[in-house]
Design a protein around this ligand. Sequence first.
Ligand SMILES: [Zn+2]
Length: 72
Amino acid sequence: MLPELTDATPELCPVCATVLGGGAAWILLSRHLTSKGEIEYCLSTCGCLVVLLNGALLKAAPGRSAVHSSGA
Ligand SMILES: [Zn+2]
């Protein structure tokens, strides 16, 4: 079976692969309209930050639970 991907409430965090519970897994921090489209900053319940451009994943920063190997 193919993994089912949903934009609004993914069951797996696309950044750190933490299993997210049901409900509000993503918190919209801010939204900006730019010349390239709509930029959205969302914070996952696992602590990851993602940046979406027109609803597509543009950048992602692992949350606190995902950073183990590259600490200061
Ligand atoms: Zn995550």
